[in-house]
Design a protein around this ligand. Sequence first.
Ligand code: C2E
Ligand code: CA
Ligand code: CA
Length: 678
Amino acid sequence: MYKNSSEDSILLERQVQPLFENTMLSGLANICAAAILYSLLTEPLLSIFPCLGVVVFSLLRIGVAKHYLKTHRFKLQTYLNAHILLTMMMGIMWGVFEFIQYQVETLEIRNIVLLLNIALIAGSISTLSTYRNTYLAYVIPQSIGIFYLLSLYDTETAIYLQVAFTVFMGFMISSSLNMTRIHKNSVKLIRYNENLISDLNDEIRVRESVQVELEESKVGLENKVKKRTEDLIDTNVHLERVITKKEKAEQSLQYLAYHDELTGLPNRNLLVDRINQSIKISLRDNQQMAILFLDLDRFKNINDSLGHNVGDEVLKEIPIRLYSVLRSHDTISRNGGDEFVVVLEKLKDANEAVYVAKKIIACLAETFNVLSHTIHIGASIGISLYPDDGDTPLVLLRNADTAMYKAKKSGGKQLQFYDESMSHQLRDRLELESELHNALAENEFYMVYQPQVNCITGETTGFESLIRWKNKKLGEINPDRFVPILEETGLIYSVGEWVVAEVIAFVKTINDDKKVFSINLSALQCTRLDFLTFVSEQISMRDVKPSQIEFEITESILIKDFEKTKIFLNELHSMGCSIALDDFGTGYTSMNYLAQLPIDVIKIDKIFIKHIHQTENLKSIVKAIIMMSKSLNINNIFEGVETQNELDVIKEINGSIVQGYYYSKPLEESKVIDWLTP
Ligand code: C2E
Ligand code: CA
Ligand code: CA
């Protein structure tokens, strides 16, 4: 099958399509016309040839058209040529028909033939004008026949008819050419539109495919972004791991730089840092700090005899023991080998360092059970104090080290201050302490009583009881030295009860219920409710009047725990005992506190008395105290009056009760009885 796809041949195909399609109709019209005319003819036999010709060529032409429409087997031009040829043959047949029938037929028939032919010429214009020359091929042979036929009319009519026919044909042919042109153009236009539509469709398709591609690439892009994001997350996770690893490595490096590997304690580097910080804090808060340099006794022996494993385990155990006896803010560090350093901040005094050092020595003296060995070691401690023994970490450490060396030389399990005088004080104190532990059992305490005298009347109103300690080794010890140790060691509770029992027993023997005996109380005692029970038991046991017993408290007690002390004092007071505020003027008691407590007596401290006759201001102050206490219904006792001058001033300012060497030193029991005997 042949098909020319070039644009021209497509245009031609479109143009001639109606020609072939209408062939059947026009063919049948010609055949019908031939049949009608043939039936009208008077001499049909003559015309049988052209009539048959019309029929045969019409049929052939129909055949060609059908063949083309159905098969397109040959070139279009071949079909066209065949079609035109056959059309022309039909035209010729019609021309011949005209020519023949004119010879034999009547005018009437001739006119019919003429009209029918003109009708065919007019009628076929639309079907044959689609392709150039086809119409001409059909009408020109016919026209010649008709023209000839017309010439046979009488001359005048013939000319007229021929002219008319010529004009008609001219009109028809020009119309046909025009139609051909219009048809061709409209085919072109349609084709153009089709191309346009197809181009548009192509465009749309291209756009659609571009759209699809875009969608696909968008999806692809999204996938890529997703993949990239996942990759990035993976990379991040990896990076984070690397960073964490690096940080950990740095941390462990940092840790190693500042810590001892074996015990995990701060090493010397960190220790120096900490001491520096502590120095700053101590300087700011005006506090003391102590460096305890600690060396294990006989540690070398353990390493040599039991091996380094055992030695290491012992060293690891040390911080555990140390932490158990230290405060959380104290620093422990390992200085290397068997040396440890403890930094104690915020010390009240050197005694606190002694207290901690002793606890350390005690806890390290206990046996170590390490890798199925029972080991005894001890520690020697050297102590340096900030700011007394140095104000830089290195000096403080060096001095503590020196002190430790001395402690070691004196036999192990010892502590030594860098400052020799400190060590002597320490030794003395330690001795006092150990002696005090036995003092009560050894019956070394006794009480003395200092009279309190009304300087106007000369009458003795009462006595202050004061404790004394006579140790067989150390001799007579001042209460200002041993009372604080009693408090620190907790011995004050038992000794305090002994004092109460002793005084009440003595009060009983005096048998003068006008005399008041005062007992000094330590701050610690004022929080113990069992002490109240003890007092009340002693009073009822000895059957003395509670009003004969007075308790002296100092202002420092009130500052510590006001509410608790208030309860304690109210209890004592409700038992019938009186309360005296001792050393008045040396503390910071607010008048407001005084008014809230059951105070019966204020003991004005001896520092007022000492200078009262020389200083007017002091006099005014004491006057004010007397006035204030009177308004609160509180009595006054002036302590430490030693001279006549002092007594005169007291009298001048309306003071009355006086306690001091002027009248008497504290007296032993037998002397009290003498004193009271007129
Ligand atoms: P304190 O309670 O202020 O006792 C008064 C102290 O002043 C006594 O000293 C006394 O002997 C002394 N003294 C009395 N008159 C004069 C004087 O004219 N001139 C001078 N310079 N001193 C005078 P002592 O007996 O040495 O007692 C010292 C401190 O010991 C007492 O001070 C008291 O705080 C404490 N203390 C004494 N006995 C006891 C006690 O049994 N229990 C408690 N907890 N503390 C006691
Ligand atoms: Ca007192
Ligand atoms: Ca006093």
